[in-house]
Write a protein that binds this ligand. Structure first.
Ligand SMILES: *Cc1c(COP(=O)(O)O)cnc(C)c1O
Length: 462
């Protein structure tokens, strides 16, 4: 199984190349050449998340790693997850359940994708006898999940840029309190866009790298992150009804990685009814699904910061696979003038989505209301991202047949200020989140200067 780009000019790549390169050379995103089919009968006989993952991950990795290597890696990948609640399902009522994806070390679902990414990065680096720098800008959960996933590997040094802005104190402390010689957090006096610009220039210039050193991105377009997420869709379907009846999934959505993993699971044989794309006021995806208008607008800061995006990068994969039916020339054409001009599909193409996708946009007021209502009705506390997904289900409930799983992407204790403002109370706080208040913050403060940040990396890239 090899991989190719959505824009048609980068093909025949191995899993390892896709892993280490991230973005395709023509600016597109990598896709598997075919959708591998999962042995559903075999999955039905399994019980644990890891065993399900062992049926799925090797379907993508054969071009670079033997199955034995991959199975061994998977036994040692998702560390520091709660054993009994790996991806727990909490039933709300007869038709709605919550899929709790926040029982990993950083209390957000990004641990699933990033721990798998880091394990494969390390495996590849050891094989090639090389080292790597991980460089990323973060406005929320990605940074802490990446730091946590990479910190145990000596082959990787992580440099994470934190902008001033819309991040909770817990989220910040999760990154700044890590005491590890290969982790560097930089608090940059600038916006998220300033930080991202510096990261982009870093990937172009690469001047601070040693010979033979990889520069790795941790953004959500890396295919390996999607693989890690596909696993919990199969696992959740197994646990809900042994993969018999198709389910609905309501997904709190930003960059579309999580939704695309759900779509991928469907293409690989998982029964599926509807995917509900739940967004906050940053509603480019809702405008597309409801109105065929995929046009960039300014980012607004909301109570669900990890979904504050102007463009949903992984959406390109859906445009390619689902709408263009894998015609890369169509996809390339779409992106030639985007985001300067919007993407609008031909009507017959756009209408395909109605069978599979629904969308809803939830503002901050309704987000808080959903947090309160969920607590009042079910005695269950949710974080603001999960609230967006629950509210979306309530709004379009009559159009959903069968059971719905609502993805809970972060633990409520990551957002104590918002919980308090909603007059709710945190009952339990995971130990990893309690600890960060007692640890010293050790970030380095930096102006938003490319030169100074590159210098800092060189000095610490020993
Ligand atoms: C990243 C994130 C999201 C959005 O996920 P995408 O895959 O980017 O759509 C939603 N909720 C939380 C808590 C997140 O960290």
């Amino acid at each position: 199984m090899l991989f190719h780009s959505t824009r048609g000019k980068d093909h025949n790549r191995t899993f390892e190349e896709v892993l280490m390169q991230g973005l395709a050379a023509d600016g597109g995103l990598f896709m598997p050449d075919v959708w591998p089919q999962v042995d559903i009968e075999k999955i039905k006989t399994l019980d644990s998340f890891i065993d399900v993952a062992k049926c799925i991950v090797p379907l993508f990795t054969k071009s670079s790693f033997s199955d034995d290597e991959v199975l061994e890696l998977l036994d040692d990948t998702w560390h520091d997850f709660s054993k009994e609640n790996f991806a727990a399902i909490h039933k709300l009522d007869d038709t709605k359940s919550i899929l709790e994806l926040f029982h990993g070390p950083t209390a957000a679902f990004k641990d699933f994708g990033l721990q798998l990414a880091a394990a494969f990065f390390n495996k590849s680096l050891l094989k090639q006898n090389k080292t790597a720098i991980v460089l990323g800008a973060t406005s929320g959960d990605t940074g802490s999940a990446a730091i946590d996933a990479c910190k145990r590997f000596d082959s990787i040094k992580s440099f994470i840029l934190l902008p001033d802005g819309n991040m909770s104190e817990v989220q910040r402390r999760q990154m700044t309190t890590v005491d590890s010689p290969n982790v560097f957090t930089l608090r940059v006096n600038g916006t998220f866009d300033d930080c991202q610009d510096i990261v982009k220039q870093a990937f172009n210039e690469r001047s601070f790298l040693k010979d033979d050193q990889f520069l790795l991105a941790v953004n959500s377009i890396n295919w390996v992150r999607i693989i890690g997420q596909i696993c919990y869709y199969f696992y959740a379907s197994l646990k809900t009804n042994e993969l018999k009846d198709p389910l609905n999934f309501s997904v709190p959505t930003g960059n579309f990685g999580n939704v695309f993993a759900c779509y991928s699971a469907y293409k690989m044989g998982m029964p599926l009814n509807k995917i509900l794309v739940a967004v906050n006021d940053n509603n480019i995806l809702h405008r597309f699904f409801s109105d065929n208008d995929y046009s960039r607008s300014k980012v607004s800061e909301t109570l669900s910061p990890s979904m504050d995006i102007s463009i949903a990068s992984n959406f390109e994969r859906l445009l390619y696979d689902f709408y263009s039916e894998r015609d890369s020339s169509i996809c390339d054409q779409f992106y030639r003038n985007f985001p300067k001009s919007p993407i609008n599909l031909e009507k017959h193409m756009w209408e395909k989505s109605k069978d599979l996708f629904m969308s809803y946009s939830v503002d901050d007021f309704s987000t808080v209301k959903a947090m309160k209502d969920t607590y009042a009705s079910y005695n269950y506390l949710i974080d603001p991202h999960t609230a967006v997904a629950i509210e979306a289900v309530d709004q379009i409930n009559e159009k959903l047949n069968g059971n719905t799983l609502i993805l809970s992407t972060a633990h409520p204790a990551k957002f104590p200020e918002i919980i308090k403002d909603a007059d709710l109370e945190l009952s339990e706080i995971p130990k990893t989140l309690l600890d960060v208040y007692n640890l010293k913050e050790r970030a380095t403060h930096m102006p938003a200067s490319k030169e100074l940040i590159f210098d800092f990396i060189i000095k610490n890239n020993l």
